[in-house]
Write a protein that binds this ligand. Sequence first.
Ligand SMILES: [Mn+2]
Length: 395
Amino acid sequence: MSHLCSKLNPLRGASQKSFMKKIFHLADTHIGYSAYRKLDEVTGLNQREVDTYDAFKQFVDYALKKKPDAILHAGDLFDSVRPTNRAISFVLGQLIRLSEAGIPFVVISGNHETPRLQETGSVFSLFEHIPDVHVVYKRKYELVELGDLIIHALPHCDDIEGEKKKMVLCNNGFNIALLHACVLGAGLPAFMMGEFNEQVVNIDDLSCFDYLALGHFHGCTRVRTNAYYAGSTERFSFNEVNDNKGFLEVKLSGNSENEVIFHPLRTREMVDLEPIVCSNLDEREIKRAIKRCIQECNPQNKVVRLKVLDIPMHVYHSLDFDELKRLTRSAVHFEIKYEFLRDNESFSAEHPAFHSLHTEFERFIHRYTIGAHIDKARLKELGVKYIQEWEKADD
Ligand SMILES: [Mn+2]
């Protein structure tokens, strides 16, 4: 039994069932994200940037109608440490709408918006003076009390386990932990996003909280009874293609399990098409299959990926790229990934993507031909260790 659970409220249950609190839990809105080349026709801005604004505005519109007792944003409100003036101004406008309606809004800083160097300062400080807006970004645990709602807010920070130990249950009210991290615990899968600065926290000692409002993992997930990732409000990679995107409504009543309702938001359609495998097709069939695939998926306004596997090099070079461009033009983004067969080794012509420093280093070591006397595994281990030390020192 954890120290956290030692202050369990003897009154919980009987006395608290007489009232109910409703919170909206959202996370990972990544405002300011932009991708691909398509521009929004109305505003002339990057279409995907506009999509993140739309999702958040839909949420705020809904909240103004339904008036929850509080809104908890579990981090990565912004996509970056230095959002554009436009992104900041957009968020400011939406927070003022909530503030004017008297709806409390609590947000913690996630790994995307927390600067590596404290001196950089946080964009969140701009919102500090808006009534009913509570921004928690100082790399340490803070308690936000909203009447019966006791919010234990833990932003992205270096010593997340140490800061977590400062959470002590309060006796009168609903105790809610607000966290941005990959959570760990007995019997839980890993909720990693594969980002180099993500934090990991064990939630086994938080089981006495009335609710854990989690952010960072982009799929809306019931982690445990009363512990949920709200998920992101838009799809930010093809890994999220099958996710429903939205936010959670949580009804706290003092019962052992809260009622949690998922509310979907309208988001851009993202499609990962069934790959075309070229091994048993001739040149004409390959070209026909690619064309048919594009037309049948009706790419207009969608973000689409099509993988073309084992395509012979000479067929690739004879593709009519102008025609493919014309067929896919109505999409917000249409990505065709070709994987070739050459010298019995397949390699890919996807646009180069830069992964985390760890991943890049591991791949580099894997590919690199070194003298037989050098132990690759040992080299990898040492390299990863140095990268970690460097990252720590740099903070
Ligand atoms: Mn995150």
